[in-house]
Design a protein around this ligand. Structure first.
Ligand code: PLP
Length: 308
C-alpha cells in the first residue's frame, strides 16, 4: 500500500556548472530531494515513509512527536498524518509559545489538524531524554491516547533506513563519488553512508554548534542498531554551522543569495545553505580531491516566501 502516493521519485539529479567547482577540479550535481513531495518534502519524506508504514501495520491511529517552533519535522508529520488519515500530536519546545500568536510553521501544522502542546524547556528536554523509559510513554499515552512516537527530528533506525533509498537513485557510484548532506540529528547521513557502495564516501555538514563527537556517536549508534555494524566511509565537517542552529550569519546569507542568483535554485537556510557553504569552502581550500564527483543532496525546500 502506498503511504503517500503523490511522491515524485526518483527525485531529479541535475548537473551544476560552477566556476568555483571547476577551479577545484570537481564535478557537482544536485540531488533535488526538495522536490519529492509538496507537503512532506525532502529527507522528511524519506524518513517518515517507513515509520508511517510501521505505525499503520502496528494498528496505530495517531502519531506523536516533538520539535521546536519552526521544526520542518513537525510540519512534515502533520502533513503526512493528514495524508494518511492518522491523527497527529506535536509536543513543542517552549511554553511561552502556548498563548503567543502562532508563527507560520505552527499555524501550518495546525491547519493539517495537528494538536499542539507546549512544554517548558526543561520538561521538554526531560521528556525526550527519558523517551525509552516506559513510564514516559505511559504518561504521554495517558494524556493523548495510544500513539506511535517519533523522536525529535524524526530520526530512528527506520528513518535512517528510509534515507538509504536515496543512494539507490544515484547510478554508477564509485570511488570518485562524494555524497554531501546537512546534518541535524545525523539520520540522513547515517542512511546514506550505510548504503554507499565500496569506495564512495559520505560527507555531512553539522548545522549545530559544538556537536563534534556527539553527532558522530549518534550516527555510529544508528549504524549499530540498524545495520549491526559500523562504517568508515563517512565524516562530519563541523566548521560551517554559522554560530549554531537557526543562525544565519551575514557571510552565509551572502553565499546563499549568490548561489540562488547564479543558479536559479532557492536555498533553504538552516540546513541546505550551510551544507553548500561548507562544500564550497572546502572546495576553495583545496580540501576535496581533484577529480571527485560531488552529489549535494538538497534535503528540503526553502521556507515559504515572506516568512523571514
Ligand atoms: C531535518 C532536516 C535536515 C536534517 O536531517 P537529519 O536526518 O536530522 O540529520 C536536513 N535538511 C533539511 C532541509 C531538514 O529539514
Amino acid at each position: 500500500m502506498a503511504v503517500m502516493p503523490s511522491a515524485a521519485l526518483p527525485s531529479p539529479l541535475t548537473p551544476l556548472a560552477d566556476p568555483a567547482m571547476e577551479r577545484a577540479g570537481l564535478e557537482l550535481r544536485l540531488k533535488r530531494d526538495d522536490l519529492i513531495h509538496p507537503t512532506v518534502p525532502g529527507n522528511k519524506w524519506r524518513k517518515l515513509t517507513p515509520n508511517l508504514r510501521a505505525a499503520v501495520e502496528q494498528g496505530h491511529t495517531r502519531l506523536l512527536t516533538f520539535g521546536g517552533a519552526y521544526s520542518n519535522h513537525i510540519r512534515a508529520v502533520a502533513a503526512a498524518g493528514a495524508a494518511r488519515g492518522l491523527e497527529t500530536v506535536g509536543i513543542i519546545r517552549g511554553d511561552e509559545l502556548a498563548d503567543a500568536p502562532r508563527n507560520w510553521s505552527l499555524a501550518l501544522a495546525e491547519s493539517y489538524g495537528m494538536r499542539l502542546s507546549f512544554l517548558d524547556r526543561s520538561g521538554y528536554r526531560e521528556t525526550l531524554r527519558s523517551l525509552d523509559d516506559p513510564r514516559t510513554l505511559r504518561g504521554l499515552e495517558a494524556r493523548w491516547g495510544r500513539a506511535y512516537v517519533l523522536p525529535e527530528g524524526g530520526t530512528n533506525v527506520l528513518a535512517a533506513q528510509g534515507t538509504a533509498d536515496l543512494v539507490a537513485e544515484l547510478p554508477d557510484l564509485g570511488a570518485r563519488d562524494i555524497v554531501c548532506c546537512a546534518v541535524g540529528t545525523g539520520g540522513t547521513l547515517a542512511g546514506i553512508a550505510a548504503a554507499l557502495p565500496e569506495g564512495a564516501r559520505a560527507l555531512g555538514f553539522a548545522v549545530l554548534k559544538g556537536a563534534g563527537g556527539y553527532l558522530e556517536d549518534e550516527v555510529a549508534e544508528l549504524h549499530r542498531r540498524g545495520w549491526g555494524r559500523t562504517f568508515t566511509d563517512w565524516r562530519i565537517e563541523h566548521g560551517y554551522h554559522g554560530g549554531g542552529y537557526g543562525r544565519v550569519p551575514a557571510g552565509l546569507e551572502a553565499f546563499a543569495a549568490g548561489f540562488e542568483e547564479r543558479h536559479g535554485v532557492r536555498v533553504e537556510r538552516r540546513y541546505v545553505a550551510k551544507m553548500l557553504w561548507g562544500l564550497y569552502g572546502l572546495a576553495e581550500a583545496g580540501a576535496l580531491p581533484r577529480g571527485a564527483r560531488v552529489t549535494a543532496v538538497i534535503t528540503g525546500p526553502p521556507d515559504p516566501e515572506g516568512t523571514g
